[in-house]
Design a protein around this ligand. Structure first.
Ligand SMILES: [Zn+2]
Length: 309
């Protein structure tokens, strides 16, 4: 499993796989291989990304069956599921996360003055707790039992498992947020339809996802941490998000960069490529990504602000 190329056993995943026959966005049956990579974070298993010949959308295919995806999150290191601060990397991550909480709230306030926020994939609830302290009504969805329990006990938040999304009333929320979540969701179309159902007609939807057209994605290739195989099932560009939004009656009203992600993703990518935390090259590539990615292809991660048409 450890050799980089050509080992047959790398191609055998330890769980059942699902093969997508149609492009999740346009439905085309014609794809071509785009890139092969591995789960550099946890299992070392090999996975591939295909590109739709019709609309250009890139997605992980084949992918672990939805019921088996949980094992790819079974690590104490899965950083968004943790509030601990061990090591320099985790400390910096937590510092940046605190800073970005303020940025996210001021972004939301540009579009909605008050109301109820639904945060899907709320992890340990730091963002929801922050907005709750600032006067918003909050509801969270978190599929991982332990992480959800942490959000409930540490902050007293209302957080539910994923299946509860079906129980909410139509047009319940002024704001729905998915911070680095949509790329993990097995049923992309069903989820988009659900978001449309749950959002108030005048509401705003915020979707943050990695951008596989960014400079750092091109520099690191298969080692780019934004692919995060097989946890990331879809690899979005601005064009893909526009198609997806329109398919479900949304329009993109704004696209904003997440500039810290260029550094964070470059550092992880350096680790996957060289086995070491190479801070200097990561910082340099992160900086270049922020400088060079503008304005056409976009930064390492982007926040899409959507409204119903
Ligand atoms: Zn397509």
């Amino acid at each position: 499993m450890s050799k980089r190329n050509g080992i047959k056993s790398e191609l055998i995943q330890s769980c059942r796989m699902e093969v997508l026959k149609n492009c999740p966005i346009c439905g085309s049956e014609l794809f071509e291989p785009f890139i092969s990579g591995k789960d550099y974070f946890l299992t070392g298993e090999a996975f591939g990304i295909v590109k739709c010949r019709s609309c250009g959308f890139r997605f992980t295919n084949p992918r672990p069956e939805a019921s088996n995806l949980g094992k790819y999150y079974e690590s104490t290191d899965y950083i968004s599921h943790s509030n601990t601060q061990n090591g320099l990397f985790a400390s910096v991550y937590q510092l940046v996360r605190k800073y970005t909480l303020g940025r996210k709230l001021s972004l939301i306030r540009r579009f909605q003055k008050n109301g109820e926020i639904l945060d899907i994939g709320c992890a340990t609830g730091q963002f929801l707790n922050f907005v709750k302290q600032n006067g918003w009504k909050t509801t969270g969805i978190e599929p991982d039992d332990k992480t959800r329990h942490k959000a409930i006990t540490e902050y007293g938040l209302q957080v539910f498992p994923e299946e509860n999304l079906d129980t909410f009333q139509k047009a319940s929320f002024e704001i729905i947020t998915l911070w680095h979540v949509l790329e993990h969701v097995s049923e992309l179309n069903e989820r988009m339809a659900q978001l449309k159902f749950l959002l108030k007609p005048s509401g705003t939807l915020f979707i943050a996802v990695p951008n596989c057209n960014s400079f750092d994605a091109k520099i690191y290739g298969e080692f780019w941490a934004g692919y995060d195989l097989p946890r990331h099932l879809y690899h979005f560009t601005k064009a893909d998000m526009k198609l997806l939004a329109e398919k479900f009656g949304f329009k993109i009203v704004k696209i904003l960069p997440m500039k810290f992600d260029s550094f964070y993703v470059s550092l992880l990518s350096e680790k996957y490529k060289s086995g070491k935390m190479r801070w200097l090259p990561a910082f340099w590539n992160g900086l270049l990504s922020n400088l060079k990615s503008m304005p056409v292809n976009g930064h390492s991660s982007l926040i899409y602000v959507l409204a119903l048409k």
